[in-house]
Design a binder for this molecule. Structure first.
Ligand code: AMP
Ligand code: MN
Ligand code: MN
Ligand code: MN
Length: 335
């Protein structure tokens, strides 16, 4: 065994030589289909992943798991492994007030949206599905509210335009952005967000998503692992980030995305360090939304930096279906 690094807590990381029996798997543990705001069907997503060399793919649509059965069947055909997943919208901190007789109000001043990916979930779990259904109900109300606010700002027809682009009924801000570009209100999706859909802009509606603990609870109850998605994307101070990571870990979160299509190299090394110091595992995913997307394509990404313990380390040893080994190259020994 080769010693390759030391974690901040003193544990020594060694690399196990697996010989030539099998190569380590290529993972992509964050991707969207048109069941949320992706462009491809689950089957086309899986085909593209396989063609790009991915051997273990997670389908992680926003607040919905309905694409998983189709993705699973396609993965079996393509000879790759499909990890059932979801990307849950969370409002953090959860300043929920529950005045007697009125529904719980999430969010409030200073709250922001963060995303928690669930991996290896049992999509049949009733508690998880009840939670996701509640989020989709809010999403539906929010879509109408975005439409009303845009109409007041002089942009009629946005809700109809967004719905027409939501291929399986779940309406996302991405669909509004696509409509607004098509209707000539902005040059591209990115500038629509800036001009219309973010805090302080006419089409912004504050989130009332799941609480952080609640989302992690649903994922764990469904047998899955909770992963804090693309942490570098949150507009957050260093102090608040530490608070978020601490709360995430204390609530039973398992991992953070260290490698992400929306992370720079610097982000990757920074979050590798943070994962180690918080005792969290590391995940890797493109956050692919479609072939013409602003992020990275599906497929091989930089390896997790040395010192990271992969979130897939605990998965069932190896993945013979994909002809690769998932039990990982790095193990942590007591220092
Ligand atoms: P929603 O969950 O409906 O609020 O939509 C969030 C989705 O919008 C994210 O998952 C991204 O796919 C997309 N999105 C968020 N911010 C931006 C941005 N600045 N530019 C382009 N797409 C974005
Ligand atoms: Mn999205
Ligand atoms: Mn996200
Ligand atoms: Mn995503």
């Amino acid at each position: 065994m080769e010693r390759v690094g030391k974690l901040l807590n003193g544990a020594v990381v060694q690399r196990v030589n697996l010989g030539n029996m099998s190569e380590p798997c290529v993972y992509d543990l964050h991707a969207h289909s048109f069941f949320s705001d992706g462009a491809l069907s689950p089957a086309d997503l899986v085909a593209r992943a396989a063609a790009n060399g991915v051997q273990v793919l997670a389908l992680t649509d926003h607040d919905v798991t309905d694409g998983v059965p189709e993705a699973r069947a396609a993965a079996q055909q393509a000879g790759i492994v499909l990890v059932p997943g979801v990307e849950i919208s969370v409002t953090w901190p959860d300043n929920r007030s529950c005045v007697s007789g009125t529904p719980a109000i999430h969010g409030g001043r200073g709250a922001q949206t963060v995303h928690v990916v669930g991996l290896q979930i049992d999509i049949a779990h009733a508690g998880l599905q009840a939670g996701l259904a509640r989020l989709r109900e809010f999403r539906e109300w929010r879509a109408e509210e975005i439409g009303r606010r845009l109409a007041k700002a002089g942009i009629p027809g946005a809700i109809e335009g967004a719905r027409a682009r939501a291929q399986r009924g779940l309406v996302s801000r991405t669909h509004f952005a696509q409509y607004l570009v098509a209707a000539g209100h902005a040059a591209d999706v990115r500038s629509v967000f800036k001009k219309f859909l973010v805090h302080g802009k006419p089409g912004h509606v504050p989130g009332q998503w799941a609480g952080l603990e609640e989302a992690i609870g649903w994922i764990r109850a469904a047998g899955g692992q909770a992963v804090l998605a693309h942490p570098a994307r949150y507009k957050i101070t260093a102090t608040r980030l530490r608070k978020l990571l601490g709360e995430f870990r204390d609530a039973g979160g398992a991992a953070i995305e260290v490698v992400s299509g929306s992370h720079s190299r610097d982000d990757m090394f920074r979050f590798a360090q943070l994962a180690s110091s918080y005792g969290l595992l590391a995940s890797s995913g493109s956050d692919f939304h479609g072939p013409h997307n602003y992020y990275m394509d599906l497929g091989p990404m930089p390896p997790l930096p040395d010192g990271c313990t992969p979130v897939w380390q605990m998965w069932d040893g190896n993945t013979p279906a994909a002809g690769c080994v998932s039990a990982q190259t790095s193990i942590i020994m007591d220092g």
